[in-house]
Design a protein around this ligand. Structure first.
Ligand code: BGC
Length: 768
C-alpha cells in the first residue's frame, strides 16, 4: 500500500479523511508505548471493519509449542509469542440506542488522527452521522504515561451537533482476547478473578504455561462542558469482561467527556498478591492528578527525551518527519529502566517476531541508546545478555558444545532459544559475535572499562570457547574453517566459511584474550574470581589462539574481494538491476531454492563486517567491496539500507547515501516493504539514526577520541543532532557552509572533524 495519505509535518504524524483501507496500516503507524507497555492505535469505540487489535506488555510472552513437520534434534521446545494482552482502552458509545461504529455510520467527515511525537500523545477527531441521523463531533486523546509506566489515560469528548442526545459511555476491560497469529484459535490467558470497587474494576489473568500474572484495571470520570459530574456507573461483570455504563442526556452543542484511566500491573514487577492493591493506588494517583496534569507531565517527560535525542533537519520535511518518527518509536519501545526488557524488532506494534530479542539490539540499537540516553541504559542492554549467559551455555551444550562454550539464542525472551528454523537456529551463529562486539563498542564509546571485569569478560570467554569449538581444521586448506552457517544474508543457508562469521569468530577470540590479559594485570581480584568460575587455563587459551591465528577467509585474488562464502563466485552473477520489478521482493515472488541459488543478498553481510571493523580496512578496500556487493543486494531486510548508507557516506557517494537514508527513515511511513499493517520495523529505526550520526555526521571513536567527518545531503539546508558522550552533551550542526560544535554540558574535550583537532570548551560555539 502506498501510504501517501500520511501528511508531512515536522513533529506529528497526521492522517486526514476516513478510509477503512488505511485502518490496519494506521493502527501500526500511530502506535503508542512507554517502554513497559504499548498498543496499536485501535479505536476505543467498537469498530466492526477490518482491524488488527493489539496491546502488549513488556516481557510477557507465551511459549507456543513448535509444530513442525520434520522435527530436528536440538530444536527449542517452543516459539515465543508476544501476547495480545487484555484490552483496557475500550469505550463503547451508544447514541440514542445506536452504537457508534465508524464502519456503519452514514457519513464520517473531518476525520483526523494525529500522533504528536513532541509531546507523546495520540488524538482523533471526526464528525459522524449515525444511521439515526444524529450527528456528533468526537475528539479523543490518549497516551501511555512515561512517568508512571503502568498507567495510560484517555479523554473522549462527544458533542451532539444537530439535536439533543442520550449518550452512553461504556468503558470496559476485557481479557477475552486472542492473538492474530494463534494456531487453532488458542487462548493464551486464563482469567481467575474479577473485582469491582465502586467505579474501579480489576481483572486478574495469568498466561498459560509462563504464569505471568497481570491485573488489568480501569476507572473513569465524567465531565459535562468541562465540569466534573458525579455519576455512579451501572456495572456489568462477566467472567472475562467488566463494563461500566454511564448514560446522560446531553443538549445539542454541549460537550460530554469521559476520562478513562487504565493499564496493567504485572508480577514481573510486583508480588502477585499485591497486583490489585497497586492497581488501586495507580488509579487513585491518576484520578487525584487528573487528565490535564498527567498530560502536562507527559509533555515534560517527552521534552526531556527530545532534549538530547532530537535530530533537526531543515529543508526536507519528509526526512525530518522520518527521523523523528524513528527516534520517537525507539523511545516508546525501550526506556532502559528495566534490564529484563529489550527491543523487539516490532516493539509494541505487532505480533511478528514474537516481541523477542534478536542480534538487532547489539548490532544496531545499542549505539542509539548509548548516545541519546545515560550510560546506564546501554549498560542495562549488556547486562541483559550477561544475565542470560548460563542459558547460552546450556543452549550450546544441547548442541554438543562443552566446557562453558556459550551460544546465545538467535531469538529469545528469557535467554532460551525460541526459534526453530534450522538454518537460523543452528546456523545463524554470527549473533554471538554481535554480542561480543557490543561489549567492545560500549567500552570504546563510554570509556567505562568497569563493565568488562565485572561481567563482560565471562561473556567473552563463553563466546570464545564457542568459536574455538565450532571451527574445525581442514587438511585440504591447512587452515581452520567454519562450516554450515548462515550469515546475516539469510538468502544463503548452510554455506561454508561465511566471511563475516569467520571474521567475527577470529576477532572474538582475539578480543577475549586481550581482555583476559588486561584483567589479569589490572583487576586481579576479578581475574581470580573469573578464573575460578570458568576454569580457564593457559592451555585452553593457546588452543583458541591457534584457531584465531589460522582461520581461513574466502578471498578472490583476481577480484581482490573477500567472498561472502566459499561458493559465492560459482553463482550466476547477475545484478539486481537485471531483476524485473514484478519479481520484487524476491522473498514474496520466488521459491526458496531459487533464492538460495541466486546471488541476491538480503542484507549487508561482508559490508556489515566492514562497517563494524572499518579501521581494519583501507578506504580503497571498502570501496571495492561496496562496489562489488551493493549491485547484488536487494535490501529485503530493513536492517540493510542503513549500513549501505553509512558506508556510502564514508565513500563520498552522497546521492546513494541519501537514497539509502530515505529508504530506512521512511520505511514504515512509506511502507516500502508492503507489510506495515503487521507492525513497525523498530530495530532498523536505530539504523536510521546511525545513517545520520555515523553516516552524514561521520561520527567515530578513533584512538579513544571522538571524531566526525561531516557531510550534508544536497536536499537539506542543515541538520543538527546531539550526543551524550562520556558525561558531556555535544551539539553538532551542519549546514552547506560549515559545521559547528558546541559543548552544552560537561568538561572540555578535544575532538576532530575531518582529522583536524578541535578543542571544545563549555558553551563555546566552534565553527569549522
Ligand atoms: C533479518 C535478521 C533480523 C530479523 C529481525 C530478519 O529479516 O534478516 O537479520 O535479525 O529480521 O529483525
Amino acid at each position: 500500500m502506498n501510504l501517501d495519505y500520511i501528511i508531512p509535518n515536522n513533529w506529528s504524524i497526521i492522517e486526514e479523511g476516513f478510509d477503512p483501507k488505511h485502518i490496519k496500516a494506521s493502527e501500526s503507524i500511530f502506535s503508542i508505548g512507554n517502554g513497559a507497555m504499548g498498543q496499536r492505535a485501535n479505536f476505543e469505540e467498537k469498530y466492526s471493519g477490518d482491524t488488527f487489535q493489539g496491546s502488549y506488555i513488556g516481557g510477557v510472552y507465551y511459549p507456543d509449542k513448535t509444530r513442525v513437520g520434520w522435527w530436528k534434534n536440538g530444536y527449542p521446545e517452543y516459539f515465543a509469542k508476544v501476547l495480545n494482552a487484555p484490552n483496557w482502552i475500550g469505550i463503547n458509545i451508544i447514541i440514542n440506542n445506536e452504537e457508534l461504529d465508524l464502519n456503519k455510520c452514514k457519513e464520517v467527515l473531518h476525520f483526523k488522527r494525529e500522533l504528536n511525537m513532541k509531546e507523546g500523545w495520540l488524538s482523533r477527531s471526526f464528525i459522524a452521522t449515525l444511521q439515526n441521523n444524529i450527528q456528533i463531533k468526537v475528539e479523543t486523546k490518549r497516551f501511555l504515561s512515561m512517568d508512571l509506566d503502568e498507567l495510560g489515560a484517555i479523554q473522549y469528548n462527544i458533542t451532539p451537533l444537530n439535536s439533543n442526545a442520550n449518550i452512553t459511555y461504556i468503558p470496559y476491560i476485557d481479557s477475552n482476547i486472542k492473538n492474530e497469529d494463534s494456531n487453532w484459535d488458542d487462548q493464551f490467558w486464563e482469567t481467575y478473578q474479577t473485582e469491582n470497587n465502586k467505579n474501579e474494576s480489576f481483572l486478574l489473568s495469568k498466561t498459560l504455561k509462563t504464569d505471568f500474572h497481570v491485573c488489568t484495571y480501569m476507572s473513569s470520570q465524567i465531565y459535562l462542558n468541562a465540569k466534573r459530574i458525579n455519576k455512579e456507573p451501572k456495572i456489568n461483570k462477566e467472567e472475562k469482561h467488566i463494563s461500566h455504563s454511564y448514560s446522560l442526556s446531553v443538549n445539542q452543542r454541549e460537550t460530554i467527556s469521559i476520562h478513562k484511566y487504565g493499564g496493567y500491573t504485572v508480577n514481573r514487577n510486583h508480588k502477585k498478591e499485591d497486583l490489585i492493591t497497586i492497581a488501586k493506588n495507580n488509579l487513585n494517583e491518576a484520578k487525584k492528578t487528573g487528565f490535564s496534569k498527567l498530560f502536562e507531565n507527559q509533555k515534560k517527560a517527552w521534552s526531556a527525551i527530545w532534549e538530547t535525542a532530537d535530530i533537526e533537519i531543515k529543508g526536507d520535511i519528509k526526512a525530518q518527519q522520518g527521523i523523528r518518527f524513528n527516534i520517537f518509536q525507539l523511545n516508546q519501545t525501550y526506556t532502559g529502566k528495566d534490564a529484563g526488557l529489550n527491543i523487539g524488532p516490532k516493539g509494541f506494534t505487532g505480533e511478528k517476531y514474537g516481541g523477542s530479542t534478536y542480534w538487532d539490539t547489539e548490532a544496531y540499537c545499542l549505539p542509539f541508546y548509548m548516545a541519546t540516553k545515560n550510560q546506564k541504559v546501554a549498560e542495562n542492554l549488556l547486562t541483559y545478555r550477561y544475565n542470560h549467559l548460563q542459558k547460552a551455555i546450556e543452549n550450546a551444550q544441547k548442541l554438543g558444545f562443552k566446557n562453558g562454550a556459550a551460544l546465545y539464542p538467535m531469538v529469545t525472551m528469557n535467554g532460551e532459544e525460541c526459534h526453530n528454523e534450522w538454518e537460523i537456529t543452528f546456523e545463524e551463529i554470527h549473533r554471538n559475535g554481535a554480542i561480543a562486539f557490543a561489549i567492545y563498542n560500549y567500552h570504546r564509546y563510554t570509556n567505562d572499562y568497569s563493565y568488562i571485569p565485572k561481567k563482560g569478560l565471562e561473556v567473552l570467554i563463553g563466546i570464545a570457547r564457542f568459536w574455538h569449538q565450532r571451527a574445525n581444521f581442514s587438511k585440504a586448506k591447512n587452515q581452520y574453517v567454519i562450516l554450515g552457517v548462515t550469515g546475516p544474508n539469510e538468502y544463503e543457508n548452510n554455506v561454508n566459511n561465511n566471511w563475516y562469521t569467520n571474521y567475527l569468530a577470529k576477532w572474538c577470540i582475539d578480543y577475549a584474550i586481550e581482555n583476559i590479559n588486561k584483567i589479569k594485570e589490572e583487576y586481579n581480584t576479578d581475574y581470580t574470581r573469573i578464573l575460578n568460575k570458568t576454569k580457564l587455563s593457559n592451555i585452553e587459551i593457546t588452543k583458541w589462539k591457534e584457531v584465531a591465528d589460522n582461520l581461513y577467509f574466502p578471498y578472490s585474488k583476481e577480484l581482490e574481494i573477500y567472498l561472502q562464502q566459499d561458493g559465492f563466485l560459482d553463482k550466476e552473477l547477475t545484478t539486481v538491476a537485471n531483476l524485473d520489478k514484478s519479481e520484487r521482493p524476491i522473498n514474496q515472488k520466488w521459491s526458496w531454492d531459487r533464492i538460495l541459488r541466486s546471488p541476491y543478498i538480503k542484507q549487508a553481510d561482508v559490508l556489515q563486517g566492514m562497517y563494524f571493523f572499518e579501521d581494519h580496512f583501507s578506504n580503497q578496500q571498502i570501496k571495492k567491496h561496496f562496489d562489488f556487493y551493493e549491485p547484488f543486494t536487494v535490501h529485503e531486510s530493513s536492517l540493510s539500507p542503513c549500513v549501505h548508507s553509512i558506508l556510502a557516506s564514508k565513500l563520498n557517494k552522497k546521492e546513494q547515501a541519501y537514497n539509502f537514508y530515505l529508504r530506512t527513515s521512511r520505511l514504515d511511513l512509506d511502507d516500502y516493504n508492503h507489510e506495515v499493517e503487521e507492525g513497525l520495523h523498530i530495530t532498523s529505526m536505530a539504523g536510521t539514526w546511525l545513517s545520520i550520526v555515523e553516516g552524514f555526521g561521520g561520527m567515530r571513536i578513533q584512538n579513544n577520541q571522538l571524531s566526525f567527518a561531516t557531510k550534508i545531503p544536497e536536499q537539506w539546508s542543515s541538520y543538527s543532532f546531539k550526543i551524550n558522550f562520556r558525561n558531556r552533551v555535544i551539539q553538532v550542526l551542519v549546514n552547506k557552509e560549515h559545521t559547528s560544535f558546541k559543548l552544552l554540558k560537561g568538561a572540555s574535550l578535544s575532538i576532530t572533524n575531518n582529522n583536524k583537532l578541535i578543542e571544545l570548551t563549555p558553551n563555546n560555539l566552534i565553527s569549522v
